[in-house]
Design a protein around this ligand. Structure first.
Ligand code: ATP
Ligand code: MG
Length: 431
């Protein structure tokens, strides 16, 4: 199938990897470096039009595919006149079929039945792409690579592609593919088996808004600057929620067994998601069953999205947005404002530290935040009793949900935060 691709469409740093057939390909680095745009929005479409390849695009949790990977590819198809008529997009099944018969499938590793049932109309799966690969654990990776079975057409080689920000040096990906020994100044490694390309926003300047660039360049937090601005493998400092404070489980069997559910909502819009968390308390455990949200949602959309989850239950919201709360009420949501005192957040953390938080494995966004949420450091590098105010939307929604319970407790807000037993970060969930 002949489609003209102008070379300037591709970002310089990626263009030479457009036809790369190396079996394992790692595109990692800082935020906004164009990794997802190139691999999902461009190369996958380029390849499928050339024929012989079927794609399986994976994230750890199925529902996160729809708003990320599926969106990225469909947006790319829809924005290009010459592509639009060449693809059939099935939004219900999350499949994209090219008029030459080759297909793109999307699946979450939490949906083994769907994974088993994936069978291309023509040929076999030749490519697996793991978006946000640091969410995925080693065993799931080993299991899923078995999907690359069967005979391929001449000239086609099977590939596995990883896309991610290097959140933690103790991650299995670092041990497995970076041989536990990678110079952060290196940007390229290539042999017959493995390609590693590191990029940062500096490789994608022409496609970024000045405010995105400023945000990355003015990042003050050492960890976020290292990982998201400079694309270096991260080393975590002092986590707010250590491994003794929380864990991940499959709660699907018990999620409807509680009498009293607590809901919390953090408002976002363009850059931050609006985030809902639904949980319950039993004994010494806080069970988190559901996290749901998205960017660009107005209050009508928020209501439409959350009402099927919370029904007639109350939802505690950020009191900084009284107008939004008022509008939600107008749309039938029983919304309440959280009363926040000066030390509210510290108090909430101390209160939560008295419990074990058990998070359902589908609440990926909350898991990602709990994995890396840290205390700020002073100029001597010592932790202070103030968490980093970043990537904490779902955590905010969680303590809003719990706020009515937190208020009942009498904890001295100025007391030092409990530092429970330190556990090495390599034991993080999914690592
Ligand atoms: N070749 C391109 N043409 C037009 N826009 C582009 C191109 N490459 C990247 N962009 C834009 O640059 C921005 C950042 O790209 P992208 O989301 O792919 O980065 P990323 O490396 O995946 O970031 P993250 O690590 O945060 O996921 C997006 O708005 C994307 O649409
Ligand atoms: Mg990306």
């Amino acid at each position: 199938m002949k489609v003209e691709w102008k070379a300037k469409l591709f970002n310089d740093v990626y263009r030479k990897h457009l036809t790369c057939q190396t079996p394992i390909q790692i595109f990692y680095g800082g935020s906004s470096s164009g990794k997802s745009y190139f691999i999902l929005g461009q190369r996958t479409i380029f390849d499928i039009l050339n024929g012989g390849r079927n794609f399986l695009i994976c994230r750890n949790v199925a529902k996160t595919n729809r708003i990320s990977t599926f969106n990225e590819i469909t947006k790319s198809i829809k924005r290009t006149d010459s592509l639009r008529g060449l693809f059939t997009i099935n939004k219900t099944e999350l499949t994209i079929t090219c008029s030459n018969g080759y297909q793109i499938f999307f699946a979450g590793l939490d949906d083994p039945e769907k994974l088993k049932s994936i069978s291309p109309a023509k040929g076999v799966i030749t490519d697996i792409i793991f978006e946000e690969s640091t969410e995925i654990d080693y065993d799931s990776f080993k299991l899923i690579r078995k999907r690359l079975r069967g005979k391929v057409e001449p000239g086609i080689h099977k590939r596995i592609v990883f896309l991610f920000n290097p959140i933690l040096k103790s991650h299995w990906i670092y041990r497995e593919f970076f041989r536990g020994n990678w110079d952060d100044d290196s940007t390229l490694f290539e042999d017959e088996e493995l390609l590693i390309l590191k990029t940062t926003y500096r490789d994608n300047l022409e496609h970024l808004e000045q405010e995105d660039i400023d945000a990355l360049e003015n990042e003050k937090d050492e960890y976020y600057r290292d990982v998201y601005t400079d694309g270096n493998w991260g080393t975590l400092g002092d986590l707010v929620f250590k491994r003794c404070h929380w864990r991940v489980e499959d709660l699907s069997a018990i999620e409807n067994n509680f009498n009293n559910y607590l809901n919390g909502l953090d408002f976002g819009f363009t850059n931050d998601p609006s985030a809902l968390v639904r949980c319950a308390i039993k004994g010494a455990n806080i069970y988190v069953f559901n996290s749901h949200g998205g960017k660009g949602w107005d209050n009508k959309r928020i209501s439409k999205e959350i009402l099927p989850i919370i029904g007639n239950d109350y939802v505690w919201c950020d009191s900084a947005e009284p107008k939004s709360i008022h509008e939600l009420i107008g749309h039938g949501v029983r919304a309440l404002a959280v009363q926040k005192s000066k030390d509210y957040l510290l108090h909430a953390i101390q209160w939560m530290h008295q419990y074990t938080i058990i998070v359902d494995k589908r609440c990926q966004e909350l898991i990602n935040e709990l994995d890396v949420w840290q205390w700020q450091k002073d100029k001597y590098g010592e932790s202070i009793n103030k968490p980093v105010d970043k990537n904490n939307h779902w955590i905010d929604a969680l303590h809003y949900a719990l706020s009515s319970e937190i208020r009942k407790m009498n904890i001295k807000a100025s007391a030092p935060v409990t530092r429970k037993r330190e556990i090495h970060s390599s034991t993080l969930v999914g690592f």
